[in-house]
Design a protein around this ligand. Structure first.
Ligand SMILES: [Zn+2]
Ligand SMILES: [Zn+2]
Length: 147
């Protein structure tokens, strides 16, 4: 893993680099550290996705570039119906294909408090946080399997 944080946007060489990026993002914005981290992998084994999402409705859908399987991440099916999704596009090169990883923060009881959908452009490596939102459902640990 190699992270280049010298430019306006951080770049990484693999999806796992999003952990360091999301750590910095969460600590800057919410003074939180990431307690759990999951890289999204399609059942077919691919990590390359087209992503659509609506940060206001707290809903993100990933579509596997290899096999076309769609997955609404983090239990957002209900909110997806209200969503006005936009396609995730790299700020640097406008590429629409990304790797996705979710960072989770936990509250004192160990329930998930907030989620961060981190994305890495497969073309140029630029990393970003596509959406992040608070979780108020319990139990919440199943969200760890729904990146
Ligand atoms: Zn697939
Ligand atoms: Zn890019």
């Amino acid at each position: 893993m190699t992270i280049d944080a010298s430019g306006p946007w951080w770049r990484g060489t693999e999806a796992r680099d999003l952990l360091a990026y999301l750590e910095a993002f969460a600590s800057e914005r919410q003074s939180r550290s990431i307690d759990a981290f999951r890289v999204a992998i399609c059942p077919c084994g691919s990590k390359a996705f087209l992503l659509e999402g609506d940060p206001a409705e707290q809903a993100v859908r990933r579509t596997c570039l290899n096999c076309g399987t769609e997955h609404l991440i983090l239990d957002c099916e209900e909110r997806w119906e209200e969503a006005t999704p936009v396609r995730c596009r790299c700020v640097e090169c406008a590429c629409e294909v990304h790797e996705l990883a979710v960072g989770y923060t936990f509250d004192k009881k160990g329930e998930v408090a907030r989620v961060y959908a981190g994305v890495r452009c497969v073309n140029c490596g630029t990393m970003g946080c596509f959406a992040n939102w608070a979780i108020d459902q319990m139990p919440s640990k199943h969200l760890l399997d729904l990146a």
